[in-house]
Design a protein around this ligand. Structure first.
Ligand SMILES: [Zn+2]
Length: 418
């Protein structure tokens, strides 16, 4: 009994160490290198103004939406802090995350004084701060979300940006796929010979557009977020563009197509960025794509908890499908725990259990601190189950597995030959 107890302790220590020390590849974020200027959000007021907290503050305040949006960022942060940290205990995950972040940065959160945190951020430069966050959380690389339809971002790419190796690109094509009636006009402005009708000439030019941007950004994958109603095949501009442009370009350039499925856009438009919701989607669509396009790779995450089991089963059937992350409303400890457990049971280590989706640099700290805790706990249990059979996981094996979960599996998927 004593021996088994101490073996379990050794196991826990080995797993915790491996998870604490692993260098992370964060496969989906909304972060940018410092060279992108204001596009990179960071600091305490951005943290407190995270759209998760904007949604939450309206559950307590009578303030009108309009009044809120007219306030300065600092006033908004003060209001959020008052309601979500002073007048109520900050037990929600997004609130707790701010406390974790400040705590890891060495600040005293006990005083409950928002103003006391500001000087730290005012006294650091963005370059120093990026270095610090990456170091403190052991982040090796983050994958950005890069939208050539965003004029501010476009300018950066077309200017003299010298790539920062910590920030890798992903070509985000929501405006193209979900807004073709206006997107084609932008393409035309930029010199592509396109019209609204998706004829052979337009298809060829859209392919050229995608290819040029993948190459310009050295994008690791192409990505889109999709509504719960997403269907494929589909007689729509989106369906045609995916079939005729996106999938052929992905195959030719050997880049996965990442689909983030299940977001209901602007259920409450008054909330702006905080106004999106979730709906159940059809995993059959993912299966269809994987089956019909075996030479294409698909990175898929789904927003509805109800879709997670089916999605795992789909990944068992198709090696060109890699499931990743607990996205947005799923990025809560209880759900990450449940989903990670299920994925490891159904898919072993061939998943990417988490991405941060960080919009504010500082969020890398709490999102990864919290995810590390949950994933380590699940792994400890899974290895303990193996130990009960007499299979003793070696320290090096644990490290190998952890490295795969926190990035290795993603990189291997990119290199996989189909
Ligand atoms: Zn995202």
């Amino acid at each position: 009994m004593g021996t088994r107890g101490s073996r379990q302790d050794m196991l826990r220590t080995a797993v915790r160490e491996a998870v604490a020390e692993v260098e992370i590849t964060d496969v989906h974020t909304h972060l940018y290198p410092p060279a992108f200027g204001d596009l990179l959000l960071w600091g305490i007021d951005e943290l407190v103004n995270y759209h998760y907290l904007v949604a939450e503050v309206f559950r307590y305040t009578d303030l009108s939406y309009e009044e809120f949006w007219q306030m300065s960022k600092r006033e908004q942060a003060d209001l959020i802090w008052r309601h979500l940290f002073e007048q109520n205990s900050p037990i929600g995950e997004a609130c707790r995350g701010i406390l974790t972040t400040l705590h890891v940065l060495g600040m005293d959160v006990a005083a409950r004084d928002l103003a006391s945190f500001r000087p730290y951020f005012e006294q650091t430069t963005v370059d120093e701060y990026v270095d610090h966050v990456f170091e403190v959380e052991r982040i090796k690389q983050v994958v950005m979300t890069n939208d050539p339809f965003d004029d501010r971002e476009r300018e950066c790419w077309l200017g003299d940006y010298k790539p920062d190796p910590r920030f890798r690109a992903a070509l985000r094509i929501d405006p193209l796929l979900n807004g073709w009636p206006t997107a084609w006009q932008r393409l035309e402005e930029w010199g592509y010979g396109v019209g609204e009708e998706l004829n052979a000439a337009t298809v060829k030019e859209v392919r050229r557009f995608l290819t040029e941007w993948v190459e310009r950004m050295d994008a690791l994958y192409l990505a889109v977020s999709l509504p719960p109603t997403f269907a494929f095949p589909e007689d729509s501009p989106r369906g045609t563009l995916i079939r005729e442009c996106v999938l052929p370009v992905c195959e030719e350039l050997d880049r996965p197509f990442a689909m983030m499925v299940g977001v209901k856009k602007l259920v409450n438009p008054e909330l702006r960025d905080a106004g999106d919701s979730v709906g159940k989607s059809d995993v059959g669509v993912v299966e269809h794509l994987c089956a019909e396009y075996p030479k294409n790779k698909f990175l898929v995450t789904m927003l509805a908890r109800e879709n997670q089991h089916e999605l795992c089963v789909a990944a068992r059937k198709f090696r060109n499908l890699l499931v990743f992350g607990c996205w947005w409303f799923l990025n809560n400890p209880s759900l990450v725990d449940e989903i990670t457990r299920m994925r490891l049971e159904l898919l072993g280590l061939s998943v990417v259990p988490q991405h941060s989706d960080a919009r504010v640099l500082d969020q890398l700290i709490y999102k990864w601190t919290h995810s590390r805790q949950t994933i380590a706990r699940v792994l400890c249990e899974k290895y303990a189950d193996l130990m009960a059979t007499g299979w003793v996981p070696e320290r090096m094996e644990i490290r190998r597995d952890v490295e795969n979960l926190f990035g290795g599996t993603f990189w291997k998927f990119l290199e996989k030959k189909l």
